[in-house]
Design a protein around this ligand. Structure first.
Ligand code: SF4
Length: 61
């Protein structure tokens, strides 16, 4: 969807598909921290909560 977005490679991203087949990205951090939008406006370019799914990479890489 948005390969240029941080959410694309973030371990907190959840993919949600509705009945009409549209796909949305839900930020898992929103459940525990109201500072994070449930469905962040894409593309996300800066995010303090970002954690790469690739554990060899650091924050905001
Ligand atoms: S923590 Fe940031 S980068 Fe990760 S899914 Fe949430 S909004 Fe996207």
């Amino acid at each position: 969807m948005y390969p240029q977005s941080l959410c694309h490679t973030c371990r907190h991203r959840r993919e949600i598909r509705n009945a009409r087949g549209s796909t949305f990205w839900l930020c898992g951090l929103s459940r525990e921290n109201p500072a994070y939008e449930k469905y962040p406006l894409q593309p996300v370019r800066v995010c303090n909560g970002y954690q790469s799914v690739d554990k060899t990479r650091g924050k905001n890489e």
